[in-house]
Design a protein around this ligand. Structure first.
Ligand code: ZN
Length: 131
């Protein structure tokens, strides 16, 4: 299944946990994994804290400190910072599913990570059955 994500800022984390859980329920998977895959070179997916929004803010701020938007880059598009952040965070994550439920920790959410927005983005979701 391909899910559309509309980002509204240059850099932004969007919590997609609810959509991934809904996909697992519609798919009917009881035991196995769900793979979340981002087919973009300037966006990523990561799992991190949902309790305090300051955590996401701090991650983005620190990435910008280490990889500033304007830096000593040579890539002609001028968005090297976004490519680097996307590679660091990664293009996929895998979450175990038990009894039809994502096995995330209490404070974990799945975040779509935009680094070169705003854009219309895609996320691939795929279940894998298994114990
Ligand atoms: Zn580029």
């Amino acid at each position: 299944m391909i899910m559309n994500v509309r980002t509204t800022q240059g850099q932004q984390f969007i919590d997609i946990t609810r959509e991934v859980q809904k996909f697992v329920e519609q798919d009917g998977l009881q035991d196995g994994f769900v793979v979340v895959y981002v087919p973009h070179t300037t966006a990523a997916v990561t799992i991190n804290e949902n309790g305090d929004p300051a955590v996401v803010r701090d991650i983005i701020a620190t990435l910008n400190k280490v990889f500033p938007v304007q830096g000593d880059y040579t890539h002609f598009e001028g968005n090297s910072h976004a490519h680097i952040k996307a590679s660091l965070l990664g293009s996929s994550c895998t979450v175990p599913v038990e009894n039809g439920k994502l096995q995330l920790g209490t404070w974990q959410s799945i975040y779509f990570c935009e680094f070169d927005g705003p854009r219309q983005r895609k996320v691939h979701l795929k279940t894998v059955s298994g114990r």
